[in-house]
Ligand binder design. Sequence first.
Ligand code: G3P
Ligand code: CA
Length: 230
Amino acid sequence: MISHSTRVFGHRGAKGYLAENTLESIEKALSFQVDGIEIDVHLCASGELVVFHDFTLDRMTNGTGEVGKQTLEVLKKLIVNGGFQIPTLEEVLNFIDKKYILNIELKGKNTAIKTAEILDHYVKKHGWNYADFIVSSFQHTELENTFQINKNIPLAVLTKASVSGAIDVAKTIQAKIIHPNFALLTVDNVKLAQSQGYEVNTWTVNDADTISRMKQYGVNGIISDVPDKI
Ligand code: G3P
Ligand code: CA
């Protein structure tokens, strides 16, 4: 059966159209009426969370070296390919203003504490609900730290290795969502995960055949560089 309620998440904004993890890329994704946006965060040297995928600046900016070793002042002066700026997590939150789900992937180390602090602030002071967020990571330590700090934050276990392994991790942190790479999925393991109470959001699904197959499997959500194609 084909699900008609698959949630659509723009991957790094709309990576297929504009420089990933920029406000402009997010704006593009929102123009496609997505349900949510996926972004990546790193902690920079001056203590802020910046929205950026790679651990190094070289591929996506005119800078070089590790993101985590630069201050926000330095990072803000860099030009992201195409003429954009690296946003902070707060800038993204203000931009999407609780109208969409925000999936924050804790990409860099030591991102859990600051993320939990910011999300708590936006719930208490800016009218967001915890259900507006999904905090995901491949790094189980960051997920575990988030769980210890604030048990209200919805957590998702990222995996490119094993659906059952992700569920094993999810059990330890009361996560109700798993984010497996699409290549791990079958109709049976999607149904099994869902029958055990887990939502399954898969990534990064861009081509028509895979989009169709994931919908036939009945995944809950699809994270895509081209969210208008879902
Ligand atoms: O969150 C899904 C996906 O973004 C994980 O892989 O490398 O694109 O951050 P990556
Ligand atoms: Ca990501």
